[in-house]
Design a protein around this ligand. Sequence first.
Ligand SMILES: *[C@@H]1O[C@H](CO)[C@@H](O)[C@H](O)[C@H]1NC(C)=O
Ligand SMILES: *[C@@H]1O[C@H](CO)[C@@H](O)[C@H](O)[C@H]1NC(C)=O
Length: 390
Amino acid sequence: MSPPYFRPRSSLAFAGSLALLVLFLFFASTHLSAARGRLGGPIHSSDYDELLQHVWNRTLGFQKIYVINLPTRTDHRDSMSLAAHFSDLQIEYVNGVTEVIQKALPPGGVEAKLDEGQLGNWRSHMNILRTIVEQNISSALILEDDADWDIRIKSQMQDFARAARLLVQPFPGTTEQFLDPTHSEPTEGQQVQNFEVGKDHTSKPRTSPYGDIDRWDLLCDVKTPLGRAVIPNDETVPEPQHLNMQFGNDELKKEYPAHTRVVSRARENVCTLGYAISLPGARRVLYELGVNKLTGPTDLALRSVCDGSHDRKSRTCLTVQPQLFQHHRPVGAMSTFSDISDHGEDYNHQAFTRNVRWSTRVNLPKLVDGETNYVDLFKDGEERIDFGFG
Ligand SMILES: *[C@@H]1O[C@H](CO)[C@@H](O)[C@H](O)[C@H]1NC(C)=O
Ligand SMILES: *[C@@H]1O[C@H](CO)[C@@H](O)[C@H](O)[C@H]1NC(C)=O
């Protein structure tokens, strides 16, 4: 029932004997030639390694995928479970928090004037970060329960991993020399530099497909700084007329050809809907937002950790544009969209997910019937559909 791009490579685990190793190399090369036609730059053999294949596993190459769900939002959970099932993802639900007492807030929490929904959201994220620390989880992807993604998420994440490596891994044979000039703080007068997945190379990571665990804190979805890892010819990216950059800027649309995805360090990011975090990242964020001070709603407070504002140290956060995870907006009253913010009283007549061409949730009716003629709301050459809000 899985669409053809899913090629879980469980045979990897047995690649101990030579015969199996050869078999594995064969699978890898057929897979890679399939990938070549679809996405990104070509994967050269020098770019390829076993760890990159872990992105195709049931947790997308992270140790865990957590989904925050308020137990009362059974609608979100039903739809999330189906979407994860059809994408061959193994998720773990974490109950959203509805009650937070003032005494439990770190300094700043009260002044930040967060309402009940925002406080519950903060606590839900902190609970996951605490679990990661308690259980020594090396990396995790954290999603809110209305997150949606493209049916081709695994190949997208593989390209994202290749791009992330260009930004966080040092040059081969060095430990602290990087391709990206903005790796440390950007300095005055630096120019934009684009690196291309499949053309540029850095050293291979050993502890995570996305770059060594101690080299990144957060992988999330917005402003594009100077060092950019470019994924060209990505047909899962809608043409510019369809793109909705939300909090991002318009540079992506203006400066790159259609069907380009760009990975960069996060500046002014807003990203609690979907982000991946390393264990060192979870320790830092739990300290900063759970213990040290709460300076705003979770997304803005996370931003301050990435940016190093509010007297925090800046951390290594990477973002991708257009984002890979987006809120799904189902048919129904808009007031049901969120338990955190107010979406008004209008009615949404068409299910959609911004910037995601083969939305898993929009395509649930197809997926339950095993159909593969997927709905694409952002077809090439077509006019933008005005969803009006969202
Ligand atoms: C997926 O790969 C990651 C990275 O190697 C690993 O930590 C995780 O346990 C794997 N997940 C599954 C379900 O095998
Ligand atoms: C946590 O995991 C790391 C790396 O996998 C390991 O070296 C370390 O011993 C673990 N720590 C604990 C307390 O289990």
